[in-house]
Write a new protein. Structure first.
Length: 628
């Protein structure tokens, strides 16, 4: 490519391009065999032709015609993974992207360059290509190209190319080291994403209006998507505030207005609405002050109220976000509740207090009740998700507040009892019942415990019986949480009678169930017992097989030992606590083996204290021997 003849250089590029096109049959020459296109392509790969062509680009910075032919050749070469690897090693992505905004009346430079970048991202190391593009030079070029196409690209082709550039930018933005803010791209992207919803006097968008073309619809979704990615970089937060992003997104948190000319079709607006609410779930928690100024809680609760109404609204449910919401408002409710959950989980008292003052607890309980009768096979998964989120939100609001637990009251307890009465077989269906049960148990912990009126009502409605029924299912993932709840409930003097009155299959008692769970746990942990359950190693009566393998190591004071972690991670400590609160006496329905195990459980605390003292002594000796 260093030959002085321009025509010859162009002809070389044409020959390379011809490798990738079907050749017409040529006159056979005796003694020679024509090389096939496949052979030529393979030889180009073996010879590293793609790398040479990338390096030759530097020779034609001021020669547009030759540069376009080289790019055309590279466009064809980049369809191969082998060639893309060579191009990547030659820093093709950086070299090509940096010149995206170079003058070119034909528009070929931008089109061919963007396709080469796409191929490099797809067919070589994506991480390496992103690294090559994550610099000021490349991002400034992308910014100028995108800005030009956004403001002056009116053809179908221009709009498609603009969206492709935005997708490439989105991929680069995933790299936290990319200087998106420094080059000013982040600020402009935020402006372009919000100017339709929030009026701006910025000259870039003053008087600008997007048509309702399909490409502009896709652009809007891509802009929402890149905001979610950009907000992961904390310095972006101030730009989001300046751009009034929360206000712009909250304009979608409202029922569709009738008799109003809307830019988008009903299906398009619904998809944008759901996408905007999903975007808010990432943005609003970072901008609490703006969220409150824009009355975010009031808008959300009002929108949830609309989601419950029976009106003529017909949901299309065509998009990813609309899954499960065709012909109903469940998709809207799902994403609105996710947003509300994200805000409540911040544990910001200003937000939570405002929600409670707006009677969010009562409203959420009402929504849960209304969904109970709407479950069918078609919408079961989405309704279960809605119910789980409602319970998690209620847990977040009521935790550590007795007054809010009292508002939760008997109506709240009733919805918890409803979930606990679900057919146990459904917890194996994989449709979200497990998540719903976890959310329910969390609600018992946060919304009922420590509120005596709710505790008494829960007991009165046989809630302890239902808890023990769930415990009897022997589902390991639930046992720890159920037992923790049982420990707390046993502080209520009325609980003991309920626990002793419970009967499971074959008239199994609660004490017998707890003892069997203890034995099962010890078998899984590898604790040494004989066939009758008697202690074998009297010096290490509670040691698990893992603890046996551990050596004595001197640990920092703030680092928990294996013995302490053992208390936290397995259920033995909780079983001991429940039986201790039952006084270990007058426990009905126990066998001889149960009584032997009960004696071990009774001494659990003594054994643990002994283990801790022994470990402290050995740890002290280990420190002395190492001179620390």
């Amino acid at each position: 490519m260093k030959v002085p003849s321009s025509e010859l250089r162009i002809q070389i590029c044409k020959c390379i391009v011809d490798f990738y096109h079907a050749e017409p049959p040529k006159k056979h020459i005796t003694g020679y065999q024509q090389a096939s296109s496949t052979y030529k392509i393979q030889m180009a790969e073996v010879g590293g032709l793609a790398k040479t062509m990338v390096q030759s680009l530097a020779l034609f910075e001021n020669q547009l015609v030759e540069k376009l032919w080289v790019l055309k050749a590279l466009q064809h070469l980049s369809t191969s993974e082998v060639n893309c690897t060579f191009m990547m090693k030659a820093q093709a992505a950086r070299g090509i992207c940096a010149h995206l905004s170079d003058p070119d009346p034909s528009g070929q430079l931008l089109f061919r360059s963007s396709e080469i970048l796409w191929n490099l991202l797809e067919k070589s190391s994506k991480e390496e290509i992103i690294q090559q593009l994550s610099n000021l030079e490349c991002l400034l070029a992308l910014k100028e190209v995108f800005k030009h196409l956004f403001m002056r690209g009116f053809s179908h082709y221009d709009r498609q190319l603009r969206n492709d550039i935005l997708v490439i930018t989105t991929i680069i933005a995933q790299n936290p080291e990319a200087p998106m803010i420094e080059c000013g791209f982040t600020r402009e992207l935020i402006l372009f994403a919000t100017f339709n919803e929030v009026k701006s006097q910025n000259p870039l968008v003053k008087g600008l209006k997007l048509s309702n073309s399909y490409e502009n619809f896709e652009l809007k979704k891509l802009l929402f998507n890149i905001i979610v990615i950009l907000c992961k970089d904390l310095p972006t937060v101030q730009l989001l505030t300046d751009g009034k992003v929360v206000l712009a997104l909250l304009t979608y948190v409202k029922k569709p207005e009738k008799h109003k000319i809307i830019e988008w079709s009903a299906a398009q607006y619904e998809e944008l609405q759901l996408h905007a609410i999903a975007t808010l779930s990432s943005v609003a928690p970072l901008l609490i002050e703006e969220y409150m100024v824009c009355q975010g809680n009031a808008r959300i609760l009002s929108f949830l109220e609309w989601c419950e109404t029976e009106d003529s609204f017909f949901s299309h449910g065509n998009s990813f976000h609309g899954t499960g919401g065709r012909g109903n408002k469940f998709a809207h409710m799902r994403y609105t509740l996710r947003l509300l959950r994200a805000m409540v989980y911040l544990e910001d008292e200003t937000v939570n207090k405002d929600l409670c003052e707006k009677e969010a607890i009562q409203q959420l309980i009402g929504i849960f009740k209304n969904t109970i009768n709407k479950i069918n096979d078609k919408e079961e998964a989405i309704i279960l998700e809605i119910q789980s989120d409602i319970l998690l939100i209620l847990s977040g609001l009521c935790e550590n507040s007795t007054s809010r637990k009292e508002i939760f009251g008997t109506e709240g307890v009733d919805i918890i009892l409803h979930v606990m009465k679900i057919d146990p077989k459904k917890f194996q269906s994989g449709l979200g019942y497990n998540v719903l049960l976890f959310s329910t148990l969390d609600s018992i912990w946060c919304c009922i415990l420590a509120c005596y009126s709710s505790e008494d009502y829960f007991l009165e409605k046989e809630g302890i019986f239902l808890l023990l029924d769930l415990l009897a299912l022997n589902q390991k993932k639930f046992c720890n949480l159920i037992l923790a709840i049982m420990v707390e409930f046993c502080d209520n003097p009325k609980t003991t009678a309920h626990v002793n009155a419970w009967r499971g299959k074959k008239s199994q008692t609660a004490a017998s169930l707890l003892i069997k769970l203890w034995r099962k746990e010890e078998r899984e942990l590898g604790v040494k017992r004989d066939k009758h359950g008697v202690i074998i190693d009297t010096k290490k009566p509670l040691f698990t097989s893992f603890q046996e393998e551990q050596k004595i190591i001197a640990l920092p004071a703030n680092c928990p030992t294996v013995a302490i972690l053992d208390v936290a991670e397995n259920i033995r400590a909780k079983i001991y606590a429940v039986l201790d609160k039952l006084d270990f006496e007058n426990l009905p329905g126990l066998s001889t083996e149960d009584f032997i195990t009960l004696c071990i459980i009774h001494r659990y605390l003594d054994f643990k204290v002994s283990i801790f003292l022994t470990l402290l002594l050995k740890s002290s000796m280990a420190k002395k021997s190492t001179g620390k």
